[in-house]
Write a protein that binds this ligand. Structure first.
Ligand code: MN
Length: 470
């Protein structure tokens, strides 16, 4: 079970009675928050911090605890902030500073000096906030009574981002083959990716998969075909081509388990020993939250895995997508997003069909793939690019829309969307920002989630929304 440490600040000045009350209130608060976020992480109450040794001890403990994904801090009373310096310098976990009170209403009739001294987060949280700002600590500040729904929602959002960051820090990414020859935007600094996001990105030969695929048994393939039959409509007579994809998926699953991989890439230029480009195999894996980036795009692959983890407890779809082509009808512009094959069935409006068609690229046998039209609704597209000196995230609001007419001759899955604030502004802003033609699209996550992830990972972020002007 993942944990969020609930750390309450105070000091010795007030005497035992006050500190007992502080402990009682913070215990109640932690228990309440566990009820609200327990599916993501347990909110663990910790002893009230009274001095710099205790501050350092709890921060070191949080830093060392592998199950601790972040901390929630709250100054119930005044807590002189110099005593937090050593501790905060030792803290490496994401922080949510909860600016709240144990009491919702001010007890006008009974308030006295004791009450005011006990419940003075308006005072103590400002002191604590200053030292966090002075130390340059990237954190989330949530304001309001802790039981209010909007406050709980923000705490849940933080917990989800913290969980995703924890996952990110341990994410191993396999690149089968390298980056597509000559392509710029999908490339990147893998060392910096590991320093900043924890992504351990390594190259593997496609032969590693070919070897495992050779050992896959007919029985294993039968079972995988059963899974496909349950989830999808088999709309081809070429079952051999489908079985070939089942073989790849099983091989990939075995490789993923063996190497503890959470995201991978392939490259159609490097398929030695495979008869088809993995299509259906990749699509079905993506549906389970395994990150994927085509053409060696390790950044989008890793980002997909991280954002899938972030969205794990939410409704909606999250996966890799590619910008392809437009309908440029004036005033009714739409984008058609798709890929050669690899579009996740989480985006399917209806039951996807398994079809087999030739692929005009890569010189391999016709691959089996899932074909479907996309869902509708609000979403975001998130792209990560390497600027040489730093990574940049570009996050654009999009509206997924129904395609106007069927596309009977397009043998791949697709999504259509409109841009925000309007087509020309949205597309120009994306291009000026250097956004890639690959992105992670999500109908589960909001701009706010990406904003928090960017802040906590200290990543530059360009937001394209209804307020954007180029
Ligand atoms: Mn692509």
């Amino acid at each position: 079970m993942k944990k969020l440490y609930f750390i309450t600040g105070s000091q010795d000045l007030y005497g035992d009675e006050t500190l007992k009350e502080v402990a009682k209130d913070s215990k109640e608060m932690a228990a309440f928050l566990t009820k609200k976020t327990g599916d993501i992480a347990e909110v663990v109450w910790t002893e009230t911090v009274r001095n710099s040794d205790e501050a350092e001890n709890i921060c070191l403990k949080a830093t060392a605890d592998r199950d601790c994904i972040g901390v929630i801090t709250w100054m119930h009373t005044f807590s002189p902030a110099k005593m937090w310096i050593r501790g905060l310098k030792a803290l490496t976990k994401p922080m949510l500073h909860l600016h709240t009170q144990a009491n919702e209403k001010l007890p006008y009739d009974t308030i006295d000096m004791d009450f005011m001294n006990l419940n003075q987060s308006a005072h103590g949280d400002r002191e604590f906030g200053f030292i966090c700002t002075r130390l340059g600590i990237k954190r989330e500040v949530v304001v309001g009574f802790y039981k209010h729904a909007d406050v709980v929602e923000k705490i849940r959002g933080f917990a989800e981002v913290a969980l995703a960051m924890n996952y990110s820090n341990n994410l191993r990414v396999a690149m089968f083959g390298s980056n597509m020859r000559d392509v710029a935007v999908t490339d990147g600094d893998r060392v910096e990716s590991e320093i900043r996001y924890g992504w351990n990105v390594n190259y593997y030969g496609i032969g590693d998969i070919v070897e495992i695929a050779k050992g896959v048994t007919g029985k294993e393939i039968d079972a995988k075909m059963g899974e496909y039959a349950n989830k999808y409509e088999l709309a081809t007579k070429d079952t051999e081509a489908v079985r070939e994809q089942a073989r790849y998926e099983i091989a990939l699953e075995k490789f993923i388990a063996r190497e503890r991989i959470g995201a991978f890439t392939d490259n159609f230029q490097d398929l030695h020993g495979l008869r088809q480009l993995p299509g259906l195999a990749v699509q079905n894996l993506m549906a389970g939250g395994v990150g994927f980036g085509a053409e060696g795009d390790y950044k989008t692959s890793a980002l997909m895995a991280v954002l899938c983890k972030m969205a794990e407890k939410r409704k909606g779809a999250t996966a890799f997508m590619e910008d392809y082509t437009y309908d440029l009808t004036a005033g009714n512009e739409k984008e058609l997003a798709s890929h050669m094959l690899e579009v996740s069935p989480v985006f399917a409006a209806d039951k996807p069909k398994i079809e087999v068609h030739p692929l005009g690229i890569g010189g391999k046998e016709p691959p089996a793939r899932l074909v479907f039209d996309g869902i509708e609704g609000e979403g975001i597209a998130v792209s990560m690019v390497d600027m040489g000196t730093h990574f940049r995230l570009i996050c654009a609001k999009i509206n997924l829309v129904k395609q106007e007419k069927p596309m009977p001759k397009l043998p791949v899955a697709r999504l259509m969307w409109t841009l925000v604030p309007d087509f020309k502004t949205g597309a120009a802003a994306w291009i000026y920002a250097g956004g890639a033609h690959h992105a992670v699209v999500s109908t589960a996550l909001k701009v706010e989630d990406i904003k928090l992830f960017a802040r906590l990972t200290d990543t530059e972020l360009v937001i394209i929304d209804e307020n954007t002007r180029v």
